[in-house]
Write a protein that binds this ligand. Structure first.
Ligand SMILES: C[S@@+](CC[C@H](N)C(=O)[O-])C[C@H]1O[C@@H](n2cnc3c(N)ncnc32)[C@H](O)[C@@H]1O
Length: 189
């Protein structure tokens, strides 16, 4: 998974869309071999921190090896945890949450997105990316995936959804959205 050039491009492209700020507290769900975590940890500064949760021991080991120096420097914390049992000690509130090719594996993704929104600070952003891997996947498959993610995010209370596309084969789609800020938007979350 790690060595496919498309995996590197997909992960660094998603990170580039997140507009990472030096003090950001960021959570990735389903970090796999830790490519996005490595990119994120290069972008956060001394007061920022990257957290990750993945339910696989194998992925935790790979990502821990890849990010060993950032972990030792106190900029990254990785946990083995399924998305529906995130540890209370995980951290937060977060400025940004992301998941790359992971949401399709989650149990009850609508509920998970709702729980994740409560871990975001008001105004915090989320990026959910997908590159369909089913045989015969096309640009239409990617567009369908984006519409599904948009509907899930809206249903879970996020606002301002926007979809970006990376022209791989099949295309990668990334849906970005925001946890509404009642103080700024005049609504309730
Ligand atoms: C296809 S891999 C993508 C890995 C990485 N995001 C990337 O793009 O390189 C999906 C990842 O999601 C993780 N995952 C799947 N279901 C999960 C769950 N319920 N909770 C946490 N992680 C999960 C898997 O262990 C795996 O690392």
């Amino acid at each position: 998974m790690t060595h496919r050039p498309s995996n590197r491009r997909r992960n660094s492209w998603v990170v580039s869309l997140l507009d990472v700020q030096p003090a950001d507290q960021i959570l990735e769900i389903g970090f796999g071999p830790g490519l996005a975590v490595a990119e994120l940890s290069r972008r956060v500064g001394g007061s920022g921190h990257v957290y990750g949760a993945d339910h696989s021991d194998v992925m935790l080991r790979q990502a821990t090896r890849r990010n060993a120096s950032a972990i030792a420097a106190g900029r990254v914390t990785l946990s083995r945890a399924p998305v529906d049992q995130l540890p209370a000690t995980l951290g937060g509130p977060f400025d940004a949450i992301l998941a790359v090719n992971s949401l399709g594996f989650w149990p009850a993704p609508a509920e998970r997105l709702n729980e994740l929104r409560r871990l975001l600070r008001p105004g915090g952003r989320i990026a959910i990316a997908a590159q369909p891997r089913c045989p015969g996947a096309t640009a239409a498959t990617s567009r369908h995936a984006a519409r599904t993610i948009e509907a899930l995010l809206t249903g879970a209370g996020y606002t301002g959804t926007r979809t970006e596309t990376l022209g791989l084969d099949p295309p990668v789609v990334c849906v970005l959205a925001v946890n509404p800020d009642p103080a700024r938007d005049g609504g309730s979350s």
